[in-house]
Design a protein around this ligand. Structure first.
Ligand SMILES: NC(=O)c1ccc[n+]([C@@H]2O[C@H](COP(=O)([O-])OP(=O)(O)OC[C@H]3O[C@@H](n4cnc5c(N)ncnc54)[C@H](O)[C@@H]3O)[C@@H](O)[C@H]2O)c1
Length: 268
């Protein structure tokens, strides 16, 4: 898909993966709306992109994506400035790991589901009509996780995994309902990507005890895929019919094992 002068919305744009995505789409000549709650890092990204792409339209929006009214207001402002929308990337997220499932409070459940799942639903609800109003092709890309396809019980990621399974189920439903239209849907399921997701999430989740397991970035993330590589592979999905992008080959046997367990559930 030719993205020059096309509108692209990226949520969580100030983060590791989001800023790498913004760089990819900006290099393709797109006009960008960059949504994030982190004003300082969003400002830094805006400065960087304005210096590199002085002619691009950039719409940085500081917004808490757990607030539906704020999303509605942001979508109106964004569309007023972009005028047209071809791509929506739902990427904002937080991780919660290391708390036993019985000890995850309802407010933590709501926060994790609110950012990882409901923000995706609400952004689709508010931006999809603009994509459908456009005559050209469109693409919604939802950044889920390998945790949306397999549950690593030893890591105590019940809320995170549940939120990402929900993103996967929602995206499959959306893809089925939009099939045959001009809007495609894809799901990205990465494993470790070298970002500061853990630190950023811990700052947000100040309700949780800051135990080592929660705050410290695990080695598989610290030594993970460079965000620029994930961004490039995600960018390359645009316009394709591929429903899933599963980026880390070492997760293949884990997915196979889960499906074998499901198939073993048949009586024969
Ligand atoms: N890093 C990994 O290993 C990894 C693996 C699989 C999936 N993912 C997913 O990739 C996505 C991007 O994560 P990342 O690794 O770049 O982390 P990150 O922390 O660098 O980026 C996430 C961004 O989301 C923003 N955000 C969080 N809550 C928000 C809210 N309420 N409103 C607005 N913005 C909010 C943060 O401010 C941050 O800029 C997430 O959905 C994450 O679950 C990451």
């Amino acid at each position: 898909m030719d993205l020059s002068d096309k509108g692209v919305v990226i949520t969580g744009a100030a983060g590791g993966v989001g800023s790498a995505l913004a760089r990819e789409f900006a290099a393709a000549g797109a006009n960008l709306a960059l949504l994030d709650a982190d004003e300082a890092r969003l400002g830094e990204l805006e400065q960087e992109l304005r210096a590199k792409h002085p002619n691009a339209t950039l719409v940085p929006v500081v917004v808490d994506l757990t607030d539906e009214d704020a999303i509605i207001a942001a979508s109106k402002r964004v569309m007023g400035e972009l005028g047209q929308l071809s791509v929506l990337v739902n990427n904002a997220g937080i991780v919660l790991r290391g708390i036993p499932v019985q000890q995850i409070s309802s407010s933590l459940w709501q926060r994790v589901m609110g950012i990882n799942f409901m923000a995706t639903v609400l952004c689709v609800q508010n931006f999809l009509p603009y994509m459908q109003a456009d005559a050209g092709p469109g693409h919604i890309i939802n950044i889920a996780s390998i945790s949306g396809l397999i549950m690593a019980g030893d890591r105590k990621t019940a809320a995170y995994s549940t939120s990402k399974y929900a993103v996967v189920a929602y995206s499959e439903a959306l893809a089925a309902e939009l099939a045959g239209s001009s809007i495609k849907v894809s799901i990205v399921a990465p494993a470790g990507v070298a970002t500061t997701l853990y630190e950023n999430s811990a700052l947000q989740l100040d309700a949780i005890p800051k135990g080592e397991t929660i705050v410290k970035t695990p080695d598989d993330i610290a030594n993970g895929m460079p965000p620029a590589e994930l961004a490039k592979r995600t960018f390359d999905l645009v316009g394709s019919d591929r429903l899933y992008l599963v980026t880390h080959e070492y997760t293949r046997p884990m997915i196979q094992s889960r499906f074998e367990k499901i198939l073993a559930g048949f009586d024969d």
